[in-house]
Design a protein around this ligand. Structure first.
Ligand SMILES: [Zn+2]
Ligand SMILES: [Zn+2]
Length: 334
């Protein structure tokens, strides 16, 4: 079968590899679409703590079930499904309390387990048991369904926060994640959601989508806010943070922080201002289901983010486009 392979940092190839066999009690999925996440591009350039080369990348996956092992009856041939990104152990304290994304043994598709940028994907029984495979609602397309994973990751972030209707939320980063956060918050009746985005092309895309109540290009344009969501690898400087974030304000660290922004001087302010700092990493099976329901009910118009689709042969062009930021969501069609 045709597969995209991340051979080493900076090197993606389209190659032929043997089709996977249907695992015992598992199933085989024919991939329809796999979306490119900014993490994929980051890994492509810089590697990642969980990455093992060579690997088929991709963790935002939709497809159709083409083979089901006889022991599995949750799914049948022809079902349209999303394939979540994790294979967790199922036995640790995190797995047993439905916090599967925190499982220390978790394998992540496209990082240290074959991902979705190939024609077929073998789904082991453990993924089905844990709920990582979800049926796509009839009125959600296979294209749009690839966005269930990033949306679920944003739901995971929002579930950490305590957001009141009157909260003023600032999201730094106007990419797909920033937009998904804005739509989720507005769906929760949050009265003031602001996206800060420096890239003028991206900013005009976000404005066109009307994702936030307001879009700004310079952080100096905002005076105070109650919640800060970091949907990019940037971290603001302590002085700006101390004048902007309200007392008892909340900070959500959604993305890994770039080395150059890593400093600890703001930690002192957490003490004086009683700030609350949260991390959010990936998503859980229950959040994938919530994401699909929000799409089905039209509450989050995720499909509006999809602005490009490439064939596997054009993978380098597709990654280049994501890296340029001159797009929102790019899909690969298999
Ligand atoms: Zn992702
Ligand atoms: Zn576990």
């Amino acid at each position: 079968m045709k597969a995209i392979m991340l051979v080493e940092p900076g090197k993606l190839e389209v190659i032929n590899i043997p089709e996977p066999v249907c695992p015992e009690n598992g199933m085989l999925v024919k991939i329809a679409f796999c979306a490119i996440c900014s993490t994929d591009v980051y890994m492509f350039r810089r590697g990642h703590r969980a990455l093992k080369y060579p690997v088929v990348p991709g963790h935002e996956i939709s497809g159709t079930v083409i083979k089901v092992s006889h022991e599995s009856n949750a799914f049948k041939v022809g079902d349209r499904v999303i394939v979540g990104p994790g294979i967790n152990c199922g036995a640790c304290q995190y797995c047993l309390s439905a916090r599967e994304n925190l499982c220390p043994e978790i394998k992540i598709l496209g990082f240290n387990h074959p991902g979705g940028m190939a024609e077929y994907l073998a789904v082991p029984a453990r993924m089905i048991d844990a709920g990582w495979i979800r049926k796509i609602p009839d009125n959600v397309t296979l294209e749009e369904a690839t966005l269930a994973e990033p949306l679920a990751c944003c739901i995971n972030g929002i579930e950490k926060l305590d957001i009141a209707r009157r909260s003023k939320v600032l999201i730094i980063g106007g990419g797909p994640i920033g937009c998904l956060f804005a739509w989720l918050l507005r769906g929760d009746n949050c009265k003031q959601v602001i996206i800060a985005e420096k890239d003028p092309r991206r900013r005009s895309m976000v404005e066109e989508l009307r994702a936030a109540h307001e879009t700004i290009d310079d952080l100096k344009e905002i005076d105070t806010f109650d919640v800060l969501i970091l949907a990019c690898r940037y971290f603001p400087d302590a002085e700006w943070l101390s004048t902007g974030l309200a007392k008892e304000g909340q900070i959500l660290l959604f993305s890994g922080t770039e080395e150059e922004f890593l400093n600890t001087s703001w930690i002192r302010l957490v003490h004086y201002n009683e700030w609350k700092v949260f991390g959010a990493y990936g998503c859980r099976p229950s959040q994938l289901e919530k994401a699909l329901v929000l799409m089905k009910e039209g509450l989050v118009p995720a499909r509006k983010l999809i602005d490009n689709c490439f064939s596997p042969e054009d993978i380098n062009e597709a990654f280049g486009l994501v890296e340029s930021n001159n797009c929102l969501k790019v899909l690969i069609k298999f």
